[in-house]
Design a protein around this ligand. Structure first.
Ligand code: NDP
Length: 296
């Protein structure tokens, strides 16, 4: 079997088109423009790239897009004050503080300071709690697992009754919310991590296998159940001497070509889950703006 490739770029473009349309409708019906504020502290090059692509996407969707670039030595108190200003600003519906933050700032404290209804990353305890108690409809859900879920739906439909899912990785950003989304869609879910015994055997039981580990090509092709849907969240940069001296390339957490021989459907890296993350951020911001109009 050769797997169908789930093209994240195509699904992300479709989602962004829907968001752009929804933005125009919201403006027409209520005169409201979704506002997204992205806050960057310091000058980490990877974070700068992420933040500028988020701001550009937001502007392209028709949002009011604000970027706050704060110096590396910004104090925790000053960052919290900035978050408070954005919480109080009625033109802003979504606030994202780019992680990681410099070491002298407590990320948890900053995340919990964001108003839950503006927490478009979905990391606030209120949103985490809603998702964990089956209230995803009113929660803002973390973008990467929410985007992964749309890709799973594109392959298998919305109802995963009778399907077995294994999520490898238990982070708050990916693994745990992924677990909850799959459970809510009626899959029978197991979450695995570095202390799991016989991971290959567990993976071989999965109709849906989600890898969110951060280790290049860790999941081997023969760990994949024939016909399974494989969602590779991992983004790892490895050396690529075949492309020339000093060159690198991106790979996922799954040994792609061997896994594609057995899977029914699989996401590539790059071009799978990655593009969905930013698209979901736009969808969350529109949703937050729509909810603010409804609750006004
Ligand atoms: P974390 O480092 O927070 O979590 C990694 C998880 O993998 C942990 O739960 C860890 O287990 C588990 N793990 C590590 N080693 C093993 C092992 N040998 N066997 C089984 N499980 C193991 O990573 P994130 O969740 O933040 O990210 C995971 C990957 O997803 C990374 O490659 C990251 O770059 C990528 N990512 C991609 C995004 C996108 O937009 N596509 C967005 C966010 C992340 P334990 O808890 O026991 O330590």
């Amino acid at each position: 079997m050769t797997a169908r490739v789930i093209d994240g770029k195509v699904h992300a473009e479709e989602l962004v088109a829907k968001v752009t349309e929804g933005t125009a409708k919201l403006k027409q019906a209520h005169g409201a423009v979704p506002g997204l504020a992205v806050v960057l502290v310091g000058s980490d090059p990877a974070s700068q790239v992420y933040v500028s692509s988020k701001s550009k996407r937001a502007a392209a969707c028709g949002f009011h897009s604000v970027q706050r670039d704060l110096p590396e030595d910004t104090s925790e108190a000053d960052l919290l004050a900035e978050v408070e200003r954005l919480n109080a600003d009625p033109s802003i519906h979504g606030i994202l503080v780019q992680l990681p933050l410099p070491r002298h700032i407590d990320s948890g404290k900053v995340i919990q300071a964001i108003a839950p209804h503006k927490d478009v990353d979905g990391f606030h305890f209120i949103n985490v709690g809603k998702l964990g108690t089956g209230e995803a409809e009113t929660a803002l859900v973390p973008c990467t697992p929410a985007g992964s879920m749309l890709l799973i739906e594109s392959a298998l439909g919305k109802d995963l009754s009778g399907k077995t899912a294994v999520v490898v990785g238990r982070s708050n950003i990916v693994g745990k919310p992924m677990f909850n989304l799959l459970l809510q869609a009626n899959a029978t879910v197991t979450i695995a991590h570095s202390r799991t015994a016989d991971l290959p055997a567990l993976c071989r039981t999965a109709d849906i296998l989600v890898a969110a580990i951060g280790k290049p090509e860790f999941i081997k092709g023969d760990w994949v159940k024939p016909g399974a849907t494989v969602i590779d969240v991992g983004i790892n940069r490895i050396d690529a001497p075949e492309k020339g001296e000093g060159k690198t390339r991106l790979v996922g957490d799954v040994e792609y070509s061997a896994a594609a021989e057995r899977a029914g459907a699989i996401t590539p890296v790059p071009g799978g889950v990655g593009p969905m993350t930013i698209a979901m951020l736009m969808a969350n911001t529109l949703r937050a703006a729509e909810q603010s109009v409804t609750n006004a």
